[in-house]
Design a protein around this ligand. Structure first.
Ligand SMILES: [Zn+2]
Length: 392
């Protein structure tokens, strides 16, 4: 962004209704409008669970543009349905992690300076949210049919438990295709590792620690330790590593046994974190762990964030690559709401860099944001056409 533009933006803050829209027939996003949108989104703090005000702001903006919008807790879903055809979802999130320590910039000042904007959530994921919002507002301004339905979901609680996305999908049902807006440097991600959590539990027989010499007992801590000592640093289910994501990994992370110094523990528990690449499932991971820890009862604690993959040659992936100007799609070990889109053709692609997420002095560049908005503007019609190709 040129410096004259940034000064003009700082001096002349428009209301939401003036934020968006450019003249002209083609779906091109006005650069100033998306920069202003991001500024407005970042200026409203929205740590997970506290997204109400930013959701109010976005709902008002969409309603002003006469777009059908549904509020679901602190999440929202807007729908543009002006033609029959596939349903394409743009999804990102409005919540952020807490500010944390180490900032040299005000995390909510939300000022464009020298072509960048510092702020909590600027990169993850309000840049994507602003770019998607600008695209949908611009689509709504244009008359005529769409080759299908365009949905925009801006979710709460993505950084915590994905409950915002679950509420949206419960209301809308699954779309035919989706793009998940997260900072990927506008790389097209078509595979995402899933997360499963396992628990291994050893049972023993307690006794008072004073009576170990004569009382019958089984120390669960020692039973666990004997097996754990033989574990490698990480395990993996059988099969070759995933071409984009590498091997699935299972790592022991939390161990607990005993509560009091004078009681021999009758229970020991190990938690294992499993980062799973397709086609591995939590059940595959459980099987491997159970083989290595035969004295333990191994169970699945969580498996809702499933590994995700859209085929390399899927028309949606090809369309995304063409619109982003990329030669090949990538894999990502970072979780997102895409984990809840099992069975849907989707890619993850958005402005900003994942390395800046959750850091002090998080920022995004104006050039990245503008490129992101142009990407979504090109990708929405291309995606509808690609999905139509897939329909019987
Ligand atoms: Zn994110």
């Amino acid at each position: 962004m040129r410096s004259t533009e940034s000064e003009q933006i700082i001096k002349d803050p428009p209301g939401p209704q003036e934020n968006v829209g450019c003249k002209g027939g083609s779906l091109m996003i006005c650069s100033d409008s998306v920069l202003l949108l991001l500024r407005d989104l970042v200026a409203i703090p929205s740590v997970s669970g506290d997204e109400g005000r930013v959701a109010d702001f976005v709902v008002a903006l969409l309603e002003h543009a006469r777009i059908d919008v549904q509020r679901l807790g602190h999440s929202l879903v807007a729908r543009l349905a002006r033609g029959a055809g596939p349903r394409f979802l743009l999804v990102s999130h409005l919540d952020t992690v807490p500010v944390g320590e180490g900032w040299t910039h005000d995390p909510y000042a939300a000022r464009w300076q020298h072509g960048r904007l510092y702020g909590r959530g600027a990169n993850d994921a309000k840049a994507s949210a602003a770019a998607m919002l600008a695209t949908v507002l611009e689509l709504a301004r244009r008359p005529g049919e769409l080759a299908g339905e365009v949905w925009l979901a801006l979710n709460a609680q993505e950084e915590t438990d994905n409950s915002g996305m679950r509420a949206v999908l419960a209301a809308t049902g699954l779309p035919d295709g989706a793009v998940c807006g997260e900072p990927t440097g506008l790389e097209v991600v078509r595979a995402q590792a899933g997360l499963a959590i396992l628990k291994a539990e050893w049972r023993g027989r307690a006794c008072h620690a004073a009576h170990v010499a004569k009382a019958e007992h089984e120390n669960a801590l020692l039973a666990a330790a004997a097996e754990l000592a033989r574990l490698p640093r990480w395990l993996t289910p059988p099969g070759p590593p995933h071409a984009l994501l590498g091997p699935s990994t299972i790592a022991p992370t939390v161990f607990q046994a005993g509560k009091r110094h004078n009681v021999v523990p009758d229970r020991a528990e190990l938690v294992l974190d499993c980062r799973l690449a397709p086609p591995h499932t939590a059940a595959d991971a459980r099987r491997v762990v159970a083989e290595r820890l035969p004295a333990a009862e191994v169970s699945i604690v969580s498996e809702r964030l499933t590994p995700f993959e859209t085929a390399e040659d899927h028309p949606l992936v090809r369309a995304a690559l063409a619109c982003a100007g990329r030669a090949r799609a990538l894999g990502s070990l970072t979780l997102s709401d895409m984990a809840l889109l099992a069975g849907v053709s989707a890619v993850k692609c958005g402005p900003g860099e994942t390395s800046r997420s959750h850091t002090p002095d998080e920022f995004v560049l104006a050039s990245e944001l503008e490129a992101g908005a142009q990407f979504y503007a090109r990708f929405v019609p291309a995606a509808l056409a690609a999905l139509k190709e897939q329909q019987p």
